[in-house]
Write a protein that binds this ligand. Structure first.
Ligand SMILES: [Zn+2]
Length: 102
C-alpha cells in the first residue's frame, strides 16, 4: 500500500479504536486494519461486550436516549428512525454475538 497518506497520531481508527491512523480517502484506519488483518475473535467479542455494556450505562446516565438521538442526528444528519434502530441494536449485540463473554 502506498504511504503517501500522512500518518496522524491524533486520529482514532474507525475499525478498532486504536489511536494513530491514516486518513485513507475518508476511511480512518490504523496500520493493522488498513492491512486487512482481521481483529482476533476474542478481542472483537470483548469489544462488542464493552460497547453493549457502555451503551447500557449511557442510557441510564443523565443523557437520555432521546437526547442522544438528537445529538447524533445533529452531528450526522442521519434520519432519527435510522439512528434509533442502531441505538436499539447496540445493547443487544452482546447477547446476539457474545454468548461466551460476560
Ligand atoms: Zn485499527
Amino acid at each position: 500500500m502506498g504511504r503517501d497518506v500522512p500518518y496522524q497520531p491524533g486520529l482514532m481508527c474507525e475499525e478498532c479504536g486504536h489511536a494513530g491512523a491514516y486518513d485513507l480517502m475518508g476511511d480512518i484506519l490504523c496500520d493493522r486494519c488498513a492491512s486487512g488483518e482481521a481483529p482476533e475473535e476474542e478481542n472483537l467479542a470483548s469489544a462488542i461486550s464493552k460497547i453493549s455494556d457502555g451503551f447500557d450505562a449511557l442510557l441510564k446516565s443523565g443523557l437520555n436516549k432521546k437526547a442522544i438521538i438528537i445529538l447524533l442526528q445533529d452531528a450526522t444528519r442521519v434520519r432519527r428512525r435510522d439512528i434509533k434502530a442502531v441505538l436499539d441494536a447496540l445493547p443487544r449485540l452482546k447477547e446476539m454475538y457474545c454468548s461466551d463473554v460476560r
